[in-house]
Design a protein around this ligand. Sequence first.
Ligand code: UDP
Length: 393
Amino acid sequence: MEKPLEGNEQGSNGRSAVKAAAKILVLFGTRPEAIKLAPVILELKKATHFETVVVSSGQHKEFLSPVLKVFEIEPDHDLEVMRENQTPNTVLADTVIKLDSLLESEAPDLILVQGATSTALAGALAGFNRDIAVGHIEAGLRTGDLRCPFPEEMNRRLITQAATFHFAPTAQNRQNLLKESVSDKQIFVTGNTVVDAIDIARKKKPSGQVVKVLEMTEGKKRVVLTMHRRESFRKRMREYLTEIGDFVERHEEVALIFPVHLNPAARKIATDILAERNRILLLEPLHYPDFLHLMENSWIILTDSGGIIDEAPSIGRPVLILQAKTERAEAVMCGVARLAGAEPEPFREVLENTYFADSWINSVKPMQNPFGAGDSAKKIVEVLTGISRPAEV
Ligand code: UDP
């Protein structure tokens, strides 16, 4: 292996390697985690030298089964932690407790977690406390602000502390980890697995539902909106949606398509402000291949979703990020994304400027994605293979 691990590396949990025919437990609980881990699970299952155990925490239960169907993956275990009025703390506590007994019975050699959710943090903590190596996929993303995204920025920093292997999407993410004193030997720049996921999902035919939505909005400038971040709830989300609703009203050529997140707080704000208005379609969350198809046919995408920013360069449509900061500056640097800022006044101006001087919109085309080349899952599995077979190196 290129970078053999030493037992006393920072954050290595005292483990130096994963044994041959390693058992790898892959944990997810939300839609973006399932999408981004699916290519890794499929790649691990191809490799005969791994035993793969797929575990869902069930953090966002309703979101998971359609995604798993797209990728033809069945979890081996479902921790079923979802409950009414759940909070990051209930998800974290329930997942740690339920995962702990599973770690006892399954005794994996390594746990793979993805991103920055409460499920991912729970997996990292539960693994660390049982002295099981933790691999963190999508490591090293930072805004530098613990309240943005909230609580994800804290979650991913804590996961970094517990992880043994850090799979960073970009060189910048690697730099962020180095600044936090993670050993270079434990960082692997692999790209983001979402680019692999897009390649798989695009092979599926879009459903009649999305085709109908496109027919209904034929000839319009389609603005695709998603918004669900915890730190956006209340005032900020109301302000953004009010501005977006007014923007649609001002411009006859514009149609807004908003698949609303299942989070009750996000749904209430969306319906309060945007329900039953002309040229505004509020939809249930779309199946992944349908959502990709919708994005491809959009004029612009407005979002606070990290996953969508990762996807945008491959899709080739511009993204206005509904946040004050982003941990995905690569999308801004390649010209696909712009920050809308957190205040209503400049946001109104940004929307109007984008509409009237549409050179930015017209310039964005599908491009080489700075977040990955579609081979990230392969790279991750190669690294894991190297770690599990140190004698072959
Ligand atoms: N997505 C989807 N259907 C939708 C909206 C989004 O399949 O109706 C996908 C999107 O393409 C991306 C992921 O869900 O891959 C983003 O999930 P989310 O916004 O919930 O989480 P985040 O990316 O903010 O962590």
